[in-house]
Design a protein around this ligand. Structure first.
Ligand code: 6CS
Length: 282
C-alpha cells in the first residue's frame, strides 16, 4: 500500500473517529425557522401584570417583555401575541398555533409532562377578590368548599380552578371566568362570592376598579407560591435550551430584574428555584 494511500486511509479513519465522539450539534433548526419568520408567536392571556394588550394592540406585561428581549438576543426580531384561555394554551401550542407560551402559565407536574418549560421567570402567590368585609369569611379554597353558599370564579383550565376543585368545591360552585373584567363584574353583580387569580393580577384588577365594595385577601391560606416559565413544545428542547442560555445571562446581568420588578415581580424569587424543583413539587 503506497504511503500516500495509507495516510489517506488513516486520515479518513481518524476523521471518522473524531466525528463519532463529537457531540451532535444541537438541532437549532427551529431557531433558524423563527429567525427566518422574523417573529415568535406567543400565547398570552391578557392578565396584567403577567401579560397585557393595550387598545392599540401593543403587547406588554412581564412575561412577553422577557420573551421579547430574549428572542431579540437570539436573533428573532419580535414576538406576535395571540390571546388564549389558560386551558387552551397547551393544546394550542401542541397544535402548532403558538411557538411558545409566555403567559404566567405556572409550572406544575402535569404541565411539565406536556411541554418543555424554560427555567423560572415569574413567581406569585394566590389571592381572592371578594365583597368588602369578607362576609363569608373566605381565606382559603377549603373555606369555599366548606360553605355551601360560596361560589368561586376562576380562569378555565387555570390553577385557581384546579385548587378549588382539589379543595373539594363542587364543580357547580366553581364558575369559569374568561377574563379579569368579567370576574370583577360577576363579583360586583353578586353572581360569584369570590374571584381568584394570582396576587399581582388581583391587585392590579382591584386597584384599577377603584370599587370600595371590593377587597382583597392575599395570600390565600394553604395555597403554594407558583412560578411560570416560557413553555415550548415537546421536541423543541433545543430552542428551549437556547432561550434558557439567554435567560441565565439576563438574570446574571441584572437586566432580568430591570424588566420584571417594575411590574411587581421578584427576580430573587425566580432565581431562588429551578424548573426541576417546580416540576417535581407535589
Ligand atoms: O398558570 C395558571 O393557571 C394561572 N396563571 C396566571 C398568571 N393566572 C391565572 C392562571 O390560572
Amino acid at each position: 500500500m503506497k504511503i500516500r494511500h495509507f495516510m489517506t486511509m488513516a486520515a479518513a479513519a481518524s476523521a471518522l473517529t473524531a466525528l463519532a465522539v463529537m457531540p451532535a450539534a444541537a438541532d437549532d433548526s427551529r431557531l433558524e425557522e423563527l429567525k427566518a419568520q422574523g417573529f415568535a408567536r406567543v400565547a398570552i392571556a391578557n392578565e396584567p401584570p403577567f401579560t397585557a394588550v393595550a387598545a392599540d394592540g401593543k403587547v406588554s406585561g412581564a412575561a412577553p417583555d422577557v420573551a421579547r428581549e430574549i428572542f431579540k438576543r437570539l436573533g428573532v426580531e419580535d414576538i406576535v401575541a395571540s390571546i388564549s384561555e389558560y386551558g387552551a394554551m397547551i393544546p394550542g401550542l401542541q397544535a402548532g398555533r403558538h411557538d411558545v407560551i409566555t403567559a404566567g402559565l405556572f409550572m406544575k407536574p402535569e404541565r411539565c409532562a406536556a411541554v418543555a418549560y424554560s427555567e423560572p421567570v415569574l413567581c406569585d402567590a394566590e389571592a381572592f377578590a371578594l365583597k368588602k368585609g369578607n362576609p363569608l369569611g373566605l381565606k382559603s379554597y377549603k373555606d369555599i368548599a366548606d360553605n355551601p353558599d360560596a361560589r368561586i370564579g376562576a380562569p378555565g383550565g387555570g390553577t385557581e380552578e384546579k385548587l378549588a376543585l382539589e379543595a373539594g368545591v363542587p364543580r357547580d360552585r366553581v364558575i369559569v371566568v374568561p377574563d379579569g373584567q368579567s370576574g370583577l363584574k360577576m363579583l360586583q353583580d353578586g353572581r360569584i362570592d369570590v374571584y381568584s387569580l394570582p396576587v399581582l393580577s388581583i391587585n392590579d384588577l382591584v386597584s384599577k376598579a377603584n370599587d370600595p365594595n371590593v377587597e382583597v385577601v392575599a395570600p390565600v391560606e394553604g395555597a403554594p407560591v407558583y412560578c411560570d416559565g416560557a413553555a415550548f413544545r415537546k421536541g423543541d428542547e433545543a430552542l428551549r435550551d437556547a432561550f434558557d442560555v439567554e435567560l441565565a445571562k439576563l438574570k446574571e446581568s441584572g437586566d432580568f430584574a430591570k424588566i420584571i420588578e417594575p411590574y411587581g415581580f421578584s427576580a430573587a424569587a425566580a432565581m431562588s428555584t429551578t424548573r426541576e424543583k417546580l416540576c417535581a413539587a407535589q
